[in-house]
Design a protein around this ligand. Structure first.
Ligand code: SPD
Length: 295
């Protein structure tokens, strides 16, 4: 969290001075009071902003969309990683698509069985900026087990065959450049890039998002993976504060035959994830089940 909660040093917009925010479908705004803009540049792919906020610490925004904050990043990064890593009997090789801030890498590195992590991130500027301004999140990126591939994640999985135990898709939202990472073609390539008992997890937006966004993604995943289980967690700085991921597996179920010893050891080093959260996260509220056509 920021220790500097004094007078703001820069303004962000004439209409909302000293605030940054995210607009959801032009009908809702989620705004945060900031003390300082630490970095703001356009890369070859997107607008990158790092600000220091009064309440949620430093924040990374890409194209004015909240990606991560120091205060609550642990929820997202623990939940995109640990359920699958604990459900797999021996995760050794992990591919992360996106995730240039490094938070997902940091969590995967908590698993001693993992020998190789490839991070395929399209925007090298995101990696460099996060290393400089969000070191507690990016701290694993220089680990010798990590290979960073700056380039198109879809192209990377396309040329990969049965190579990974896990593929974690830490994408932006399904608009603009991130849209391809929600396509049937991408999911098919991920399926091929996984070993015969591999697992994919992708971030799948808020259960409060419109059914027209959620159901097609769920249906596409079910067309390709035999086991598809959405799960949820609370992330205050993402729109609506309630988020989902989807566990997509060729063989292993998400809530049975877990590595409980590893889970207990891991829980000494997590802030959100534990054995109870693992099970509870896969229990879906009725409104969400209805949106997905499960009820
Ligand atoms: N609406 C925000 C979705 C962003 C998901 N990815 C965040 C990246 C954090 N590593």
């Amino acid at each position: 969290m920021s220790s500097n909660q004094s007078t703001p040093q820069q303004t962000e917009s004439p209409s909302h001075p000293h605030w940054v925010g995210e607009t959801y479908q032009d009908v809702i705004q989620f705004n945060y009071r900031i003390t300082k803009t630490l970095y703001h540049q356009r890369s070859s792919f997107q607008d990158i902003k790092i600000v220091d906020s009064v309440r949620m610490g430093r924040m990374l925004l890409l194209d004015d969309c909240m990606m991560t904050t120091e205060a609550d990043e642990f929820v997202y990064h623990e939940m995109i990683t640990h359920p699958a890593l604990i459900a797999h009997p021996k995760p050794e090789s992990v591919l992360i698509i996106g995730g240039g801030d490094g938070g997902t890498v940091r969590e995967v590195l908590k698993h001693p069985s993992v020998q190789r992590i490839v991070l395929a991130e399209i925007d090298g500027d995101v990696i460099n900026v996060c290393k400089e301004y969000l070191p507690a999140i990016a701290c694993g990126l220089d680990d010798p087990r990590v290979t960073i591939e700056v380039g198109d994640g879809f192209a990377y999985v396309n040329k990969t065959q049965a190579d990974f135990d896990l593929i974690l898709v830490d994408s932006t939202d399904p608009v603009g450049p991130g849209q391809i990472l929600f396509s049937p073609e991408f999911y098919q390539s991920v399926f091929k890039a996984l070993k015969p008992d591999g697992i994919m997890v992708n971030q799948t937006e808020s259960p409060f998002a419109q059914s027209s966004e959620l159901k097609p993604i769920f249906d596409r995943l079910k067309d390709i993976f035999p086991i598809v289980r959405p799960y949820t967690g609370s992330i205050p700085t993402y729109p609506f504060g309630f988020w989902s991921w989807t566990f997509c597996s060729k063989q292993y179920m998400p809530t049975i035959n877990l590595r409980t010893d590893a889970q207990a050891e891991l829980s000494k080093h997590t802030q959100y994830y534990n054995a109870g959260i693992h099970q509870a996260a896969f229990a879906l509220p009725n409104f969400y089940q209805r949106k997905l056509g499960l009820l």
